[in-house]
Design a protein around this ligand. Structure first.
Ligand SMILES: Cc1cc2nc3c(=O)[nH]c(=O)nc-3n(C[C@H](O)[C@H](O)[C@H](O)COP(=O)(O)OP(=O)(O)OC[C@H]3O[C@@H](n4cnc5c(N)ncnc54)[C@H](O)[C@@H]3O)c2cc1C
Length: 861
C-alpha cells in the first residue's frame, strides 16, 4: 500500500473519530486524550518513515486547539473574558415584561428537541394520561347529558344564547368548577379530564365549549388558586364553584390587543369611602372589550396599571400591571352589552368602569402583589394555553372526522359514494390525520401537565397548531359536505363549527403573533441549553461570578454547536438509520427522523442567533419558520407517544404514519425555506451542506397511505371510534353524529343488497332512477324479499333525512322581514310563500323530549 493511501486511511480514521466523538458528545477531556493517543500513534508511524509529514503537523495543530480549552484558567482569562466584555455590551436590554414572559413555566420535551439529541426515555417514561373513575363518570353522565340538551341552531340562531335550563344544568353540575379544589366545592379535575370535557362539548356546540372553557382557564378562579390570599380564596372560590359567582377576565382594551401590556386602564391609589369608612384604596377607570362572560359576570378579574402618585403605600409612583377582582355591582361598573362573535352565541362583550373605588385588598394576592399582574398572567397562560383552545380544536376535529367519514360514504354521486373519489379522499385523509395530531398533542401534553410540567413553549405550539389544524379541518369538512354545509339551519351540523374556527385563532394570543413571536422567539432563548445561562451570566451584577458562569456556558455552547454540526451531517448522510431509538417498533424510523431534524434545527438555530443576534426577533418570517420546525418535531413526538399510550394499536398505524410523515415533511420544507431566505448566503450554503447534504429526501405521505386513512375513517371500526373517542356520538334523534354512524353501519350492512339492485338494473330486471323506486321494482321483480325491501326503505329514509337541508320562509330569517318590512321586490321574491305555503320552520322533524326521559333511552353506540 502506498504511503499516501495509508495516510489517507489515517485521515479517515481521524475524521471519523472526530465525528464519532462529537456525535456522541463525549466530554472535552476524554476527547482530547483520545485525539492525543491517535496523534501520537500517527507521529511514531511518520517518524518510522511511513507517514506523511503534512498530515502529522496538521494533526498536532488540531490537538493543540483541543488542549487549550482544557486549561480552564487560561481559557477563561484569554478567550472568555474578552468575549464576555463584548457580550455584556451587546446584550439588548430586556424589559420586565419580556423577562417575565421568558421565565414563565418550565422547559420540557421542547428542551430535548432543542438539544439536537433528544433523550426519548424522558418522554416515554411519562405514564399514559388516564381519567379517574369520578372524571370518567362525569364525562359519561353530566357531560353526555349536557351534550344531549344542546341544540346549536336554537342557541345560535333563535336565542343567541343558551336556554335557561342549559345554564342551570351547567351551573348545578359544576361545569364551571373543574379546576377548583374539592375543599371549595369544586370538581378538582386533572388537566387531562378538563381537556376531555371541553373536547366533548366542542364536538357538539362551540357556544357551550367556550362558555365552559373560560371559567376553567385563565380567570378569577385560576388566579386566586395560584396567587390569592386565603381570605380571597375563601370568599370567592365556593361561590365560583357553586355558580353563584360568574367570572370573567378583562385584559384586552381597544388600545391594547396583542400588545396587551400596553394597556392604559388605570388604578390610582387614593383615599376614599368604602363601607362607610375612610380607607386607602384604588380608583379604577377602564374600557375593555371582547371580554367573554362579561355580559353576565358577577366578578371581573381586571388587569390595569397601578399608580401611587401620593406615595400612600410606598416609594414607587408606578407599580405596573396589576390584577384585581371587582364585583360587577360596584358603583361605576358597566356590563351587559354584547359583541356577536361570528354568530357563535357565547356571551362576550365590553365592560367599562368609571371612577370605581375599591379597597387595596381587592388586588389578587393583596397589596404585595401590586405590579405583579403581568407575571401572573404569563405564568398561567404558559400552561392554560395547552388546554382549553387545543382541546376545543381536537373536539371539533373529532366531530368533523366522524361526520365527514360517514357522510362521504352515504352521499353518492356518479353512482358511487363520494368517498371513492380520490379528490374527496385526499380531503378526508387530511381531516382524519390532522384530528389525530390534535388528539395526540392535547392528550400527551395535558398528561405532562398533570405530572407537574409547566411547558410554556409547547403550550404556545398547541395553541397555534391545534387552532390552525382545526380551521383546516373545518375547511375540508365544508368542502366534502358541499351545499349541505353551506345551507344554514338545524340540519347543518358543519357550518357553525366552520364559523367558530377563527375565534380560537384570535384569542389568547392571536395566531400570527403566536407563530411569529412567541413559539420560536420565546423558545429559542428558553429551551436552548446555553443561551439563557449565557444571558443570565452576562447580566450578573457580580462580574467575577458572571465570568465563571459565562465561561462554562460558552464552552458548553461551542461543544454543543460542534456536536450538532457532526450529528446533522452524519444523520442526514445516513438517513438517520443508525441513530438510537427508544423502541424497536414499526414507528422506529420516525423517531430517527426526529433525531435528525432535531440536530439540524439546533444547528440552524445557533447560526441564526450567532449571525442575526437580536435582529432575529424582527425577522419574523425566519424565526417563524424555525418555530415551525420545532412545532413539527414536537407534534410528531406527541403522535408517537400517543400511539404508545393507546396501546400501540396496529389499526391506527396509517394515521400515525400519515401524521408524522406530514409533520416531518413540513419540517423539512420549513428548514429549506429558512435556508433559502437566510440573508447571509455564505452561512446558508455552509448550513445546507450539513443539513441537506443529499438534498431534500423526505417525502410527504403517499397516495397509498392516504387511501388507508380514508378506509379507516369511512368504515365503521375501532380505529374510527378511537379517533373520535371524546366526540358526542350517541344515537339519539337530535344528534347527527349518532345518526350518521347508524347510516354508515346500515350502508355497510346493505351493501350486498345494493349491489344486487345495481346488477338487476344492469340486466334490465328493474327500471327506476331513484333509489326508492328501485327498491319497489326490485321487490316486484323478486330480486329482494319483502322484509329486505322494508329495511332498505328505512335505510333510504334515514340517508335522505341526513342529506336534506333546511329552507325557510323569509320572515323566519330576517328580523326586519319578520316585522313585515319588505326586503326583496316582489318580482325577485316571486309570489310570497307566506300566503300559500304551509309554514316550514326548518325545525327538526322529531319533537324534542325532556332530557331526563331521553337519558333513560340513551344508547351509546
Ligand atoms: C371572541 C373573543 C373572545 C375574547 N375573550 C377575551 C377575554 O375573555 N378576555 C380578554 O382580555 N380578551 C379577550 N379577547 C381578546 C383577544 O385575546 C384579543 O382579540 C387578541 O389578543 C388580539 O387582539 P386584537 O383583536 O386587538 O388584534 P390586534 O392586536 O389588532 O392584532 C391584529 C393582527 O396583528 C397580528 N400581530 C400583532 N402584533 C404582531 C406581532 N408583533 N407580530 C406578528 N403579528 C402581530 C395579530 O396576530 C393579529 O393577527 C377575546 C377576543 C375575541 C375575539
Amino acid at each position: 500500500m502506498s504511503s499516501f493511501l495509508v495516510s489517507f486511511l489515517w485521515f479517515l480514521l481521524f475524521f471519523g473519530g472526530a465525528i464519532y466523538l462529537a456525535y456522541q458528545r463525549i466530554e472535552l477531556l476524554t476527547s482530547t486524550v483520545a485525539t492525543g493517543v491517535a496523534v501520537l500513534a500517527y507521529s511514531i508511524y511518520t517518524f518510522a518513515g511511513n507517514g506523511w509529514w503534512p498530515w502529522m503537523l496538521l494533526s498536532w495543530v488540531a490537538l493543540a486547539v483541543m488542549v487549550v480549552p482544557n486549561l480552564i484558567d487560561i481559557r477563561r482569562e484569554k478567550i472568555t473574558k474578552p468575549l464576555f466584555d463584548i457580550y455584556r455590551k451587546m446584550l439588548p436590554s430586556m424589559s420586565n415584561t419580556e423577562r417575565e414572559a421568558l421565565e414563565a413555566g418550565n422547559v420540557w420535551w421542547d428542551g430535548e428537541l432543542f438539544s439536537g439529541m433528544p433523550q426519548w426515555d424522558r418522554l416515554m417514561s411519562f405514564p399514559a394520561p388516564k381519567l379517574s373513575d369520578e372524571e370518567q363518570a362525569f364525562l359519561d353522565g353530566p357531560c353526555e347529558e349536557l351534550c344531549e340538551m344542546l341544540d346549536d341552531w336554537e342557541i345560535c340562531h333563535e336565542l343567541a344564547d343558551m336556554p335557561r335550563e342549559v345554564w342551570d344544568y351547567i351551573i348545578e353540575n359544576r361545569f364551571f368548577a373543574m379546576i377548583i379544589p374539592k375543599q371549595y366545592g369544586g370538581l378538582e379535575f386533572s388537566a387531562y379530564a378538563n381537556a376531555m370535557v371541553i373536547a366533548k362539548l366542542a364536538s357538539r356546540s362551540p357556544t357551550a365549549s367556550s362558555t365552559v372553557g373560560v371559567p376553567n382557564s385563565l380567570g378569577p378562579a385560576e388566579l386566586l388558586l395560584h396567587y390569592g390570599t386565603d381570605e380571597q380564596k375563601n370568599h370567592y372560590l365556593p361561590g365560583l364553584a357553586a355558580g353563584t359567582e360568574i367570572p370573567c377576565f378583562a385584559l384586552t382594551s381597544p388600545e391594547a390587543g396583542s400588545d396587551a401590556a400596553s394597556l392604559i386602564d388605570s388604578g390610582v391609589i387614593c383615599k376614599g369611602k368604602w363601607g362607610g369608612k375612610n380607607i386607602v384604596g384604588i380608583r379604577l377607570n377602564w374600557n375593555k372589550r371582547y371580554i367573554t362572560l362579561a355580559p353576565v359576570a358577577t366578578v371581573i378579574g381586571l388587569a390595569f396599571k397601578l399608580y401611587d402618585p401620593d406615595h400612600l403605600i410606598g416609594d414607587k409612583e408606578e407599580y405596573g400591571i396589576t390584577a384585581a377582582l371587582i364585583p360587577s355591582d360596584t358603583p361605576g361598573v358597566t356590563i351587559g352589552r354584547r359583541h356577536y362573535p361570528l354568530t357563535i352565541a357565547f356571551l362576550n362583550g365590553p365592560t367599562t368602569g368609571e371612577d370605581v373605588f375599591v379597597p387595596l385588598d381587592f388586588i389578587i394576592g393583596g397589596q404585595e402583589m401590586a405590579g405583579k399582574g403581568w407575571k401572573m398572567l404569563v405564568e398561567l397562560l404558559s400552561v392554560g394555553r395547552a388546554i382549553t383552545l387545543p382541546s376545543t380544536g381536537a373536539g371539533g376535529g373529532q366531530a368533523a372526522s366522524y361526520a365527514t367519514g360517514a357522510y362521504a360514504r352515504i352521499r353518492k354521486q356518479f353512482n358511487t359514494s363520494i368517498a371513492n373519489f380520490e379528490g374527496v379522499g385526499e380531503a378526508l385523509s387530511r381531516i382524519a390525520g390532522r384530528t389525530y395530531i390534535m388528539n395526540a398533542a392535547v392528550s400527551v401534553t395535558a398528561g405532562a401537565i398533570d405530572q407537574g410540567e409547566k411547558p410554556a413553549v409547547p403550550s404556545a405550539i398547541l395553541k397555534y397548531h391545534c387552532t390552525e389544524l382545526s380551521r383546516k379541518v373545518a375547511n375540508d369538512t365544508m368542502d366534502v359536505h358541499g351545499g349541505k354545509a353551506i345551507s344554514m339551519g338545524p340540519k347543518n351540523y358543519v357550518g357553525r363549527g366552520f364559523m367558530a374556527a377563527p375565534i380560537a385563532i384570535t384569542v389568547e394570543g392571536a395566531n400570527i403573533l403566536t407563530r411569529s413571536l412567541i413559539i420560536y422567539g420565546q423558545g429559542a432563548i428558553r429551551c436552548h441549553p446555553f443561551v439563557l445561562p449565557e444571558m443570565q451570566a452576562a447580566g450578573d451584577e457580580d462580574t467575577d461570578r458572571g465570568l465563571i458562569d459565562f465561561d462554562g456556558a460558552l464552552f458548553g455552547h461551542i461543544g454543543y454547536a460542534i456536536s450538532n454540526t457532526a450529528r446533522s451531517f452524519f444523520l442526514a448522510m445516513t438517513h438517520a438509520k443508525f441513530s438510537r431509538v427508544p423502541l424497536n417498533t414499526p414507528t422506529r424510523r420516525y423517531y430517527q427522523n426526529i433525531n435528525r431534524y432535531s440536530a439540524a434545527f439546533a444547528l440552524a438555530s445557533d447560526f441564526a442567533m450567532l449571525t442575526l443576534g437580536g435582529a432575529l426577533k424582527k425577522r419574523e418570517m425566519l424565526s417563524a419558520r424555525l418555530g415551525d420546525v420545532l412545532s413539527s418535531m414536537y407534534l410528531a413526538s406527541m403522535v408517537l407517544k400517543h400511539f404508545e399510550d393507546q396501546g400501540r394499536r396496529a389499526t391506527d398505524l396509517p394515521l400515525v404514519e400519515w401524521s408524522v410523515r406530514t409533520l416531518m415533511y413540513e419540517a423539512q420544507e420549513a428548514l429549506h425555506a429558512f435556508l433559502r431566505n437566510f440573508p447571509n448566503r455564505w452561512v446558508a450554503s455552509f448550513l445546507r451542506i450539513f443539513i441537506f447534504p443529499r438534498g431534500r429526501t423526505y417525502t410527504a405521505p403517499s397516495d397509498e397511505l392516504g387511501r388507508k386513512v380514508v378506509e379507516l375513517v369511512t368504515r365503521s371500526g375501532e380505529a374510527r371510534e378511537r379517533l373520535s373517542q371524546q366526540a358526542y356520538t350517541t344515537l339519539e334523534p337530535h344528534n347527527p353524529l349518532g345518526q350518521l354512524q347508524e347510516a354508515l353501519e346500515l350502508s355497510e350492512k346493505y351493501a350486498p343488497m345494493e349491489r344486487r339492485l345495481r346488477q338487476a338494473q344492469k340486466e334490465g330486471l328493474i327500471q327506476a332512477d331513484a333509489f326508492g323506486g328501485q327498491i319497489d321494482a326490485a321487490k316486484r321483480a323478486g330480486v329482494i324479499g319483502k322484509t329486505e325491501a322494508v329495511e332498505l326503505h328505512d335505510y333510504h329514509d334515514k340517508v335522505t333525512a341526513l342529506l336534506a337541508v333546511d329552507d325557510f320562509a323569509p320572515e323566519e330569517l330576517g328580523r326586519r322581514a319578520a316585522s313585515g318590512e319588505a326586503v326583496a321586490p316582489r318580482s325577485v321574491a316571486g309570489e310570497s310563500p307566506r300566503s300559500n305555503t304551509k309554514k316550514k320552520t326548518g325545525k327538526k322533524a322529531v319533537p324534542r323530549k325532556k332530557t331526563a326521559r331521553k337519558k333513560a333511552a340513551r344508547k351509546k353506540k
